[in-house]
Design a protein around this ligand. Structure first.
Ligand code: PEP
Ligand code: MN
Length: 339
């Protein structure tokens, strides 16, 4: 529910209501709209039967949040969530870039790609150590060896690590090495896994399912938030449509629409979103112009020999160009590229 306080309400009244709600097991968040105080509260309304909120001091009205997603909704919290990981801020006014190979293939390739992408301005190193492959015979990832390389390459270049967790059984292992847990499109509605992420103690990037609506993506995020983890990044990575020229259809409109529905940061993945190297630069530009808080892009020094997703991986030289363009676009729309 949303609790709207009277104009000029005393801080003691706000504190009273917040403390009462906390006592009843509610989660609360207070926003200030030019002096008008509004509190979002999520919990079991039955606790309030004997002491309705409207009888509490300073309360003007109480409005229910009718949406099925609550904690992640703009109704609950107006201000953008900013996730600060070791000084790298995701959300708010900055644009952050995550880059690296689809799969971690060996140490040398990753060390090289980390150095090149960091030099160009990427703050976060991506790479899969556990790969969700359509065929069970395709390369499945290096597992812990890959995680070690990611950590080493990121630390050597002052970067953060983002890597995919496919199975809750690997939670501790992945958390030992990563800064951000990536949940892939195919696991977006693995509710058991989502519940476990509530207690992961690490930020989560949730990729939109291949055929998931924006509401379903937000409901998946709500699972993580309801479990106690509010550091969630949403990722638009293309959806299945009738079009076959691209691997998926990158739904650019999801960026402004999601941002109107939630306070969580929204990033775009033009690599999986299009499946085509020639689309990465234009769609990255478009995503930032559309208001994305960042992009995640696949880079490989020899895409023709990549173990996975070579067709959609760009060369380090192309990544240099991309970063220069994103800087211009971010600045033009009043944001800053975080480098
Ligand atoms: C990935 O980013 O490595 C990946 C497998 O993406 P998705 O889950 O979006 O297919
Ligand atoms: Mn990939």
């Amino acid at each position: 529910m949303i609790i709207v306080f009277r104009q000029g309400v005393a801080q003691a009244d706000i504190d009273y209501v917040q403390n009462k709600l906390t006592e009843y097991g509610f989660k609360t968040n207070v926003s200030d709209y030019n002096g008008r105080i509004v509190m979002g509260a999520i919990g079991d309304d039955r606790a309030l039967r004997e002491r309705p909120l409207f009888t509490m001091p300073g309360v003007e009205k109480v409005v229910p949040i009718s949406k099925p997603y609550k904690l992640v909704s703009k109704d609950f919290k107006r201000e953008d969530t900013i996730i600060d990981i070791k000084g790298v801020r995701i959300g708010g006014g900055s644009v952050v870039v995550m880059a690296g190979p689809c799969s971690v293939e060996n140490r040398d390739m990753l060390m090289y790609l980390a150095e090149r992408t960091r030099k160009a301005g990427a703050r976060i190193l991506r790479g899969g150590a556990f790969k969700p492959r359509t065929s069970p015979y395709a390369f499945q990832g290096l597992g812990e060896e890959g995680l070690k390389y990611l950590r080493e390459a990121a630390d050597a270049n002052d970067m953060l690590v983002i890597t995919e967790l496919m199975d809750a059984r690997d939670m501790d292992l992945v958390c030992k090495y990563t800064d951000i847990i990536q949940i892939g499109a195919r696991n977006m509605q693995n509710f058991r896994l989502l519940k476990d992420l509530g207690g992961a103690g690490k930020p989560v990037m949730l990729k939109r399912g291949l055929a998931a609506t924006m509401k379903e993506l937000l409901m998946a995020a709500e699972y993580v938030a309801a479990g106690g983890n509010n550091d969630i990044i949403l990722c638009e990575r293309g959806i299945r449509t009738f079009e076959t020229e691209t691997r998926n259809t990158l739904d650019l409109s999801a960026i402004p629409v999601l941002k109107s529905m939630t306070h969580l940061p929204v990033v775009a993945d033009p690599s999986h979103g299009t499946g085509r190297r020639d689309c990465i630069l234009p769609m990255s530009q478009a995503a930032v112009a559309a208001g994305a808080d960042g992009i995640i892009v696949e880079v490989h020094q020899c895409p023709e020999e990549a173990f996975s997703d070579g067709d959609q991986s760009i060369l380090p030289d192309d990544f240099d160009v991309l970063m220069k363009r994103l800087d211009i676009i971010a600045t033009t729309i009043g944001r800053t590229l975080s480098v």
